[in-house]
Design a protein around this ligand. Structure first.
Ligand code: GLU
Length: 473
């Protein structure tokens, strides 16, 4: 039985362990939970699973929230920190003890190790001698753990929304420790109590947790709590089909930000990583939320595909606001050592419509727009200087004079004008283009000439042409 009847509002959660950066796989898990809730008018929650005090760090908590904020995946309530709920976890262990679904195990750690080895050698599951033994009053003052008493014999079945029906013989799962001897609650217990208390209806997470679903289901059953629906999604693999690892490149979400991908592109791309809605590749957040469902999640691991990511990103860059792109490009340039000029942002905004379709990432966009931020007079690369002298220089001079009289600075009008000019001069534009581009950009990197002129604006373009012709006189 799950609690996912149509009348129950959907509640999902993302439950990262704060032991490092936000992994791309974690980001996708968060996104799937987010979309599932949003598409159903439900709630998306975040729980920081910081019970492992040795491995959890504040920096990791910050890194994870930074990654989620960059992706704009915000929770509908304040995040829950699991460690702060330890008293509640212990309270539930008391309930389990009262119900006979848990027992105190006084076996020492060494003895447990020995019994475990013995069981392993005999191919048996380890059982604590205390499973069926009543402790005396004296025993109770001794150090001990509390274990879950799994029902034996029996089977546990999980109806997984992705993996289908999966079942385990209870025999094969051992009596899991719920409370350590220092009173610290363990992971599987804490997850069940928190998911229950947070009203989580759907647990969507990596399929490395499928076995935990079996153990957790037994705990739900022992407490007579309704189980949530489970959906265990296959992990992300690298382009070569091997499990994602360092050698495949970026794993942390912030690295994708640094590489110049936009958050909305990342969301679009990650949504398609292991989930499909027909052949749809490019979609916005509303469509994603509307379309996302668990039945569209594949059973085979999805492969990271950087070409596809670049394609998706290029699409979202074309759709993006010019002001926003300009700001991001400027940030990249400043990080590269560019000295901020007063009108830099305005220059970039003006140029954006003519350059943004030439780049697949913000980094590429910064490379493509370097010419916009240069200050007059430009240093022109040496090889181009002859193109600005003698007969070809004179021709560029005639073009400049003509453009000076040109009232409209519209890109289409400029394009037409350049064509007419080339015809009148009886030369192919290939003869004029490189010199003009060198004069306008210094290094010859820019879109076609009409767009370059439009991107720079009238005054700057004519000024640069003047400077260049002056230099080579
Ligand atoms: N904290 C677990 C992890 O980071 C997730 C547990 C869960 O989603 O139930 O892998």
């Amino acid at each position: 039985m799950t609690s996912s009847s149509p009348s129950t509002p959907v509640v999902t959660r993302f439950a990262p362990s704060p032991t490092g950066f936000l992994h791309i796989g974690g980001a996708r898990t968060a996104l799937f939970n987010y979309l599932y809730a949003k598409g159903r008018g439900g709630k998306f929650l975040i729980r920081v699973e910081d019970t492992d005090r040795e491995r959890s760090t504040d920096e990791a908590v910050k890194a994870i929230f930074d990654g989620l904020s960059w992706l704009e995946l915000f929770a509908d309530e304040e995040p829950v920190f699991q460690f702060s709920r330890a008293d509640r976890h212990r309270e539930v262990v008391d309930q389990l003890l009262e119900r006979g679904a848990a027992y105190r195990d006084f076996t020492t750690a060494e003895e447990t190790g020995r019994l475990r080895d013995e069981a392993k050698a005999a191919r048996r599951t380890f059982e604590s001698p205390w499973r069926d033994r009543e402790p005396s009053v004296d025993d109770l003052s001794q150090p001990h753990v509390v274990r879950f008493r799994r029902p034996l014999p029996g089977r546990v079945t999980v109806e997984d929304e992705v993996q289908g029906t999966v079942n385990w013989a209870n025999e094969d799962l051992d009596d899991l420790v719920l409370l350590r001897s220092d009173g610290a609650p363990t992971y599987n217990l804490a997850v069940v109590v928190d998911d229950h208390d947070m009203g989580v209806t759907h647990v969507i997470r990596g399929d490395d947790h499928l076995n935990n679903a079996a153990r957790q289901s037994l705990i739900y059953d022992a407490l007579d709590w309704p189980r949530p629906a489970f959906a265990h999604i296959p992990l992300i693999h690298g382009p070569d089909g091997a499990k994602l690892s360092k050698r495949h490149g970026a794993q942390a979400v912030h690295e994708y930000a640094d590489m110049g991908y936009l958050p909305e592109a990342m969301r679009n791309y990650l949504a398609r990583l292991g989930w499909a809605h027909g052949d749809e590749e490019l979609f916005n957040d509303e469509q994603a939320a509307e379309w996302f469902d668990l039945s569209g999640i594949g059973k085979a691991p999805a492969r990271l595909d950087f070409d596809k990511l670049a394609h998706v990103n290029a699409h979202w860059m074309r759709m993006a606001d010019d002001d926003r792109l300009a700001k991001q490009v400027l940030d990249v340039q400043l990080a590269r050592g560019h000295v901020l000029g007063e009108d830099d942002e305005a220059r970039l905004v003006r140029a954006m419509p003519f350059v943004k379709d030439r780049a697949k990432t913000i980094i590429e966009l910064a490379d493509q727009t370097g010419f916009v931020l240069r200050r007059r007079p430009l240093a022109i690369y040496e090889k181009a200087l002859p193109m600005l002298a003698d007969e070809s220089g004179a021709r560029i001079g005639r073009l400049r004079d003509r453009l000076k009289l040109f009232a409209s600075w519209d890109v289409f009008a400029l394009e037409a004008e350049l064509k007419v000019f080339a015809e009148e001069e009886a030369v192919g534009f290939g003869k004029i283009g490189p010199g003009v581009r060198a004069a306008l950009t210094g290094d010859g990197v820019s879109p076609d000439i009409a767009k370059t002129l439009a991107a720079l604006g009238r005054e700057e373009s004519l000024g640069r042409l003047d400077d260049a012709l002056q230099q080579t006189k």
